[in-house]
Ligand binder design. Structure first.
Ligand code: PIT
Length: 481
């Protein structure tokens, strides 16, 4: 029987009960962000130089625990280069802690304030990332509901830093992606009045809306990026809301004089009535989104890179997927041949329709250095990379499959992966631990599978995998085929 264990990225986002201070050096007084989401502090993973952002939420402040759980569940599912990554969560008596990737480049809001407005090329670079994240969310049935420049953070202080969407505190699932596929897209109309005056859409104010409210907000953001002024304004919140409700705005202002017709055309298809409003996928396909892009050097994905992963044994794939899920962008941008930044660009270049996952066709088009026999093998290779079995390659799967050995063989990475599997901390991984970590929900796997998984790495034959065996396995199984 062709049996394989599915690896879902969210399983590698562990939730710990107990002290976060055991794992992180954390300075609760050094607040790096605040606002609607509570306080965010900086922390360092002990024994490493890995810096992360930790959102601290006092349990006493959580008014609606179900709503709060939903936010965390949504964050766990998301897997996209322009959406903040959740690494793990902690819970003690007093607080819940969300450990996330650290963004140190400030808010988009502040850059708008500093610059006034952006050149069309700069706005394009930012807006493309916003729309790719949004298209990914909507494709996965998630509506953000509170898009505004405060909720986009730059990873670094660099001019060309990537941008990350944060704060899914108001986000909601508008359809159940699985049942939607079966039942022909059952849409839910949402009713909560949520959002921020400048960016909120009129139908949200009326109280009946769907995910297209995000497109309106994104349209307002594009308007502001290009002109430096908001399309709906007033001296107070009620006045702004009044202007939004009327829905009248103009593109014929002095600040927009230098802006191309193409950009204005796109805005007019976003800030408009829900019936006429573009879907995220239509925005991505709009002329301005395409021709605004600088013709950057075409990147190539080498077939050999993918093939290595395919040759890996079962346990190694698990470890690689874990390591990929924990990677941080900054620590590797300066590492080795292909930086993560290049990886990210490569992923996006391959992802032709911008939905944040790669299909067989998209991969086939982007692959180079394939012989005829390898081309025939492609379907199998892809099946092997698609470790969660959903038929496409998502961002973490792509990183896991193309990760350089010099990166994953780093001692601290291997140690973290080993610790994740060694549940009782005995220094050895046994069959039951593998079963517990990986044998979740839709994995119905027989005993032999787990026995094999241990046996493939268990050199001394004691039925368990110790740290040395683990390292040897990670080192060895890469050059097969
Ligand atoms: C950072 C730096 C920073 C704030 C954040 C992350 C916040 C992130 C965040 C907040 C949320 C949420 C998801 C992410 O749902 O200044 O690296 O409420």
């Amino acid at each position: 029987m062709n049996q394989d264990v599915f690896l879902k990225k969210q399983w590698f986002i562990m939730s710990h009960e107990g002290k976060i201070e055991q794992y992180y050096d954390i300075n609760l007084k050094k607040v790096i962000g605040s606002g609607t989401y509570g306080s965010v502090v900086k922390a360092t993973l002990k024994g490493t130089k890995n810096q992360r952002a930790v959102k601290v939420i006092p349990k006493s402040k959580v008014k609606n625990p179900d709503r709060f759980k939903k936010e965390i569940d949504i964050l766990r599912q998301l897997d996209h280069p322009n959406i903040i990554k959740l690494y793990e969560t902690f819970e003690d008596q007093r607080n819940v802690y969300l450990v996330m990737e650290l963004c140190e480049g400030g808010e988009l809001f502040d850059r708008i304030m500093d610059k006034g407005c952006f050149s069309e090329a700069e706005a394009h670079e930012i807006f493309l990332q916003i729309m790719q994240a949004l298209n990914y969310c909507h494709t996965n049935g998630i509506c953000h509901r509170d898009l505004k420049p405060e909720n986009f953070l730059f990873l670094t202080k660099a001019e060309d830093s990537p941008i990350k969407v944060i704060d899914f505190g108001l986000s909601t699932l508008f359809e159940d992606p699985i049942s939607a596929k079966q039942a022909g897209n059952q849409k839910v109309t949402m009713k909560t009045k949520a959002g921020t005056p400048y960016y909120i859409s009129p139908e949200v104010l009326k109280g009946s809306y769907d995910e297209s409210c995000d497109i309106w907000s994104a349209g307002v953001i594009l308007y502001i990026l290009l002109s430096g002024v908001p399309p709906f304004y007033g001296d107070s919140d009620p006045e702004i809301l009044d202007a939004v409700q009327k829905g009248e705005y103009t593109l014929e202002i002095p600040e927009m004089k230098a802006v191309t017709e193409s950009a204005k055309d796109l805005i007019s298809h976003m800030i408009t009535t829900p019936e006429k409003r573009y879907k995220a996928s239509q925005v991505i396909q709009h002329k301005w989104m395409k021709d605004g892009s600088k013709q950057t050097k075409q990147l190539k994905l080498n077939f050999g890179q993918l093939k290595n992963f395919t040759g890996s044994n079962k346990l190694k794939k698990v470890a690689l997927t874990f390591i990929a899920s924990q990677l941080n962008e900054q620590e590797i941008t300066d590492l080795g041949k292909q930086s993560l930044n290049t990886k990210k660009r490569l992923f996006k270049q391959l992802d032709k329709n911008g939905d944040g996952v790669l299909t067989i066709e998209e991969l086939r088009e982007g692959l180079t250095g394939m012989s005829d026999s390898q081309a025939k093998d492609l379907a199998n290779v892809i099946k092997s990379i698609d470790t969660d079995g959903n038929g496409t390659i998502n961002y973490t799967e792509f990183l896991a499959a193309t990760m350089e050995k010099s990166l994953y063989m780093k001692e601290e990475k291997l140690y973290q992966a080993f610790k994740m599997l060694d549940l009782d901390g005995s220094g050895k991984i046994d069959k039951h631990e593998l079963q517990t970590v990986l044998g979740k929900s839709d994995n119905i796997i027989d005993e032999k599978y787990w026995d094999d998984m241990v046996r493939e790495a268990d050199k001394n034959g004691d039925g368990e995998i110790d740290y040395n065996e683990f390292i040897e396995m990670m080192d060895k199984f890469s050059l097969l085929n």
